[in-house]
Write a protein that binds this ligand. Structure first.
Ligand code: CAA
Length: 247
């Protein structure tokens, strides 16, 4: 069987790296994306991965820009082949309580964390359906499930991912295309380490497992959902949050 091609957005971020490694270990050819303008960091990371035995193709894309996503996907399809696995992982935070939140903070998070789902999925969804096989995993968040003080923008975007996921899961179901979400809790990444120490300590105190999660624990859920034999799992969410929120 030919090697399936997987795209991971935000590949060299806190969670993306573990996802890329897990997908390579699963036998996928992995194309990672990074935000335009960060070429040197992406190249260094790519080299570091290579040293560790993980060959990952890296390409820039602005996930908040539909035309740029279309361009990237056409480029990947012509240079590597059909994309069978898409992990919509890229995301940002612009935390502030609502009374202080600027419109730009709202818009940036909605565009990057929610519109990106449409921007990356729409251009390839029909092709996946016509080939009769596809896996899309959208990375949401614990805070999309429960809401979080200081994250009206982020919680709204991450909650929106559930509706998007369940809608297109219905559209892909008869065509062999599964669409699911994974909702990480507080994971030991640079994004979480930005949270003020006193706030983070109190958050960790509320995690029943008693610690931050590890990126590999998110990647495990992603590779489970993208596996060849995961075709009966669609339109659902896997929460990986140490028991912090039990829906
Ligand atoms: N519940 C209730 N009150 C809270 C609160 C909470 N969770 N967090 C803070 N407050 C209160 C404080 O006690 C303080 O109260 P007083 O004014 O009475 O002293 C007040 O809110 C602070 O308000 P400020 O206007 O001064 O807020 P600030 O400008 O300092 O901003 C914040 C605060 C940016 C929201 C900060 O609390 C923060 O960063 N919180 C963490 C947000 C968070 O969890 N982000 C997650 C990032 S990681 C991620 O997103 C990954 C993922 O998917 C899980």
């Amino acid at each position: 069987m030919t090697q399936r091609i997987a795209i991971v957005t935000g590949a060299n971020g806190g969670l993306g790296e573990s996802m890329c490694k897990a997908l390579v270990e699963q036998g996928r050819k992995v194309v990672g994306t990074f935000a335009p303008g960060h070429d040197a960091a992406a190249a260094n990371w790519q080299e570091e991965m290579k040293q560790q035995g993980f060959d990952i193709i890296m390409k820039p894309v602005d996930v908040s820009d539909f035309n740029d996503c279309k361009r990237l996907l056409e480029e990947v399809e012509s240079s590597e082949g059909s994309v069978d696995v898409l992990v919509n992982n890229a995301g940002i935070t612009r935390d502030a309580p609502l009374k202080k939140m600027q419109q730009e903070q709202w818009q940036a998070v909605i565009d990057t964390n929610l519109s990106s789902m449409f921007n990356m999925s729409q251009p390839i969804f029909e092709a996946m359906c016509s080939r009769g096989w596809g896996r899309i995993v959208n990375i949401s968040s614990l805070n999309g499930e429960k809401g979080q003080f200081g994250q009206a923008n982020y919680s709204a975007a991450k909650a929106g991912i559930y509706g998007f996921t369940k809608a297109i899961a219905q559209e892909g179901a008869k065509k062999g295309v599964t669409v699911n979400s994974v909702s990480p809790g507080y994971i030991d990444t640079p994004m979480v380490r930005q949270v003020p120490e006193n706030v983070l300590n109190s958050i960790v105190g509320g995690i029943p497992v008693g610690r931050l999660g590890q990126p590999e624990e998110i990647a495990r859920a992603v590779s489970f959902l993208t596996a060849d034999d995961a075709g009966f799992i669609t339109g659902t969410n896997i929460s990986v949050n140490g028991g912090q929120y039990m829906a």
